[in-house]
Design a protein around this ligand. Structure first.
Ligand code: ATP
Ligand code: ATP
Length: 147
């Protein structure tokens, strides 16, 4: 019976858009490109618990330039970090997709291993249209939490 439920979830992936399962942009922990990695910011990153942090242009919270992989911070000296703006670190690409993109397509994209996080935007390729993010975990949860 649980198997039937899960199969139902899998079948729905094709018709459900990622906009329906996304984490809304106002709930996403982000950093500004000009933010300096001082102790307070490092603590906020650590307390957020997230592994990937979308980075936006300073003064434009809807225009994203990439994603900070938190484990990258491990290789940097603390004294170096203190004066380092986020934009001086190598950021991971933050691929964009429209909210209508199916969960199935997103799952296949994650499976290629090219990214772990998708930015959902009404205007992929143009800044300003970001409305949320989706990760593999969101898609899996959708499969497992079917009624
Ligand atoms: P990992 O499990 O690889 O350490 P994570 O815990 O940072 O990654 P995921 O497991 O991919 O994140 O996602 C868990 C949930 O958190 C999902 O609902 C996802 O949309 C959300 N999420 C991921 N990153 C952020 C972020 N920076 N801000 C807010 N929510 C996020
Ligand atoms: P993330 O993608 O959240 O950064 P990750 O790349 O460390 O995590 P996973 O994506 O969960 O790891 O797993 C990828 C593969 O690497 C899996 O086959 C997993 O078993 C393996 N793996 C994970 N951690 C280790 C490790 N410490 N040593 C060797 N293999 C690992």
């Amino acid at each position: 019976e649980q198997e039937v439920r899960i199969l139902g979830g899998v079948l729905e992936l094709d018709t459900k858009g990622i906009g329906q399962i996304m984490t809304k942009i106002e709930d996403v922990f982000t950093l500004s490109a000009d933010a300096v990695l001082d102790q307070a910011v490092l603590r906020a990153i650590s307390e957020s618990g997230y592994s990937r942090i979308p980075v936006h242009l300073s003064g434009n919270p809807n225009a994203f330039v990439g994603s900070l992989l938190v484990k990258q911070l491990l290789c940097l000296e603390r004294s170096q970090l203190e004066n380092m703006p986020v934009s001086s670190l190598p950021l991971s690409i933050l691929p964009e997709a429209r909210p209508e993109t199916s969960c199935w397509q997103a799952l296949n994209y994650f499976q290629t291993g090219r990214a772990h996080l998708l930015l959902i935007s009404h205007t992929p390729g143009r800044p300003g249209g970001a409305i949320g993010i989706v990760t593999l975990e969101d898609v899996i949860e959708e499969i497992l939490s079917q009624e």
